[in-house]
Design a protein around this ligand. Sequence first.
Ligand code: D54
Ligand code: ZN
Length: 283
Amino acid sequence: MSADPLFAKTYHAVHPDMMMGASNADLHDRHAVTGLFRAGELVLTYSHGERFIIGGAMPGEAALDLPVQREPASAAGHPLLERRELGVVNIGPAAGTVTVDGVAYPLAKYEALYVPMGSRDVRFEGAGARFYLLSVPAHAAYPIVHMTLAGNPPMRRGSPETSNARSIHQLVLPHACQSASLCLGLTRLDPGSVWNTMPPHVHERRSEIYLYFDLEDDARVFHYMGQPDELRHILLGDGDAVISPPWSVHMGAGTSSYSFVWAMAGENQDYEDMDVLDICQLA
Ligand SMILES: O=C[C@H](O)[C@@H](O)CC(=O)C(=O)O
Ligand SMILES: [Zn+2]
């Protein structure tokens, strides 16, 4: 539940002690973001981690508009992006269009749009498109940027021998697209590779959200989280996201290969600001 009617659910910050001994249902309730993609709906949730708005828009035949703020009264009716920036990724299957203040941006599957603070009207169209939405508070307006995978060649990580060969596309990071705080990318596993983010890491200065997709209906990702010596897991399906607190490991293994969108915000935009963990220290 959420106090602000704009949001389907509010996710609170979680203390490390709360993860130890939590039931699987509580873990899911506190960290898994499900139900974002409903035909004909735009769904928003709110996380107290970096004040992320995590949402999904699945237009169907009718267009969907980003709503305006409702609370407090002084902000009611103002654009949602009055003091926020937005990242949009089309996770498919079909192409769609995002129109920002009258300018249309066709987004093929895997393409993304950075929408600056101050944008007023944001409209989503296209049957079969699923737009994943991530918004964080901003202090400055940067240019709108349409990102393609071809325009953002990947870093190659992992290998088939360790079942983790993958392409990491950095989409919203300072060298590719300026933003106030948001960092965003897309990682695709090679066929037959199932492990992401190996070796895993933590980054105390940013929290991170993963959204898994390109999974068949009966496939799952076992997403690991928690302190390195107190790991827990959550089972996620196609179109499900998971919120990692800044102190938490985030890595996963799937029952097939898959893709995921990663999004971070916090006090820096240095992708390399990670404490990489040795697999042998995990427990
Ligand atoms: O902090 C950065 C993120 O966790 C991801 O970029 C990691 C990732 O995509 C991978 O290794 O597959
Ligand atoms: Zn990370």
